[in-house]
Design a protein around this ligand. Structure first.
Ligand SMILES: *Cc1c(COP(=O)(O)O)cnc(C)c1O
Length: 246
């Protein structure tokens, strides 16, 4: 018998209903390229017992925003979970991510050569490579992280591909503006921008890349515009508690 944290039967049922509803929505939307869409369950600020309820139903991709929280959840939960770090990343936290989570599947918020190099140099070559998404600031909002210009994006992508043997360039990621995500019935300009950058980058590098875009409020539109990985939190787990002091 395992000692993993366990949700109540009622909570498990609720989570499974929610996640199955999201899966239904994902399959009912037409993706332009016909590629499969991966669901990342964003469990930040939610208890490990919630994660286990979904894990027991076969889900493996979970997203977290805070390094400390991710490290402690990764320590107590099964080692075949595929963790995605999707939070704002400081260079001085790259080492913790690289060294303390062997089953770190992806870091989705790389936006500088410095961070890529730090993550790469801290990762032991004997451990699985870390998939990396380059975060693109598609909305031009100053408070958002991410790379804005295509030239910077290409330069970073080349460094990851050529100089970072412990990383794998997996794709591009955007968060997009709230305004775009709630503009009903229209194409989302942030998603269009990410897709445009991606087409150029794929052709310049000669590789196929993933697109991580779409959250609870806009994942269906994101899939219509080519997303291959959606990050859904509150529609599965419910509203989040405020983070300490925020
Ligand atoms: C919190 C978060 C999500 C999930 O947001 P929801 O609106 O709860 O689905 C997705 N992506 C990032 C980068 C996040 O920080």
């Amino acid at each position: 018998m395992s000692n993993y944290p366990k949700a109540t039967e009622e909570r498990s049922k609720e989570l499974l209903e929610n996640v199955n509803h999201i899966l239904d929505q994902i399959t009912s939307v037409k993706s332009p390229n016909g590629r499969p869409v991966n669901l990342v369950c964003v469990s930040k600020l939610k208890p490990s017992s919630d994660i286990m309820a979904l894990y027991d139903a076969g889900f493996r991709h979970f997203g977290e925003n805070y390094v400390q929280e991710l490290v402690s959840k990764a320590q107590e939960l099964p080692k075949d979970i595929k963790w995605h770090f999707i939070g704002g990343l400081q260079t001085n936290k790259c080492k913790d991510l690289a060294t303390r989570i062997d089953n770190l599947y992806a870091v989705e918020t790389i936006d500088s050569i410095k961070k890529a190099n730090k993550l790469n140099s801290s990762r032991d070559a004997s451990k699985p490579k870390i998939n990396v998404f380059i975060q693109v600031n598609t909305s031009g909002e100053e408070q958002k992280s991410g790379i804005s210009s295509y030239d910077d994006l290409l330069a970073l992508a080349k460094v990851i591909k050529n100089d970072c043997p412990n990383l794998t360039l997996k794709g591009l990621m955007t968060i997009g503006s709230i305004q775009q995500s709630t503009a009903a019935g229209e194409r989302n300009k942030d998603f269009d921008q990410l897709t445009a950058h991606n087409e150029k980058l794929e052709s310049d590098l000669g590789t196929t890349l993933e697109l991580s875009m779409g959250m609870s409020s806009d994942f269906e539109q994101a899939i219509r515009q080519g997303s291959t990985s959606v990050r859904v939190g509150s529609s599965i787990f419910g509203a989040r508690p405020p983070r300490n002091g925020h």
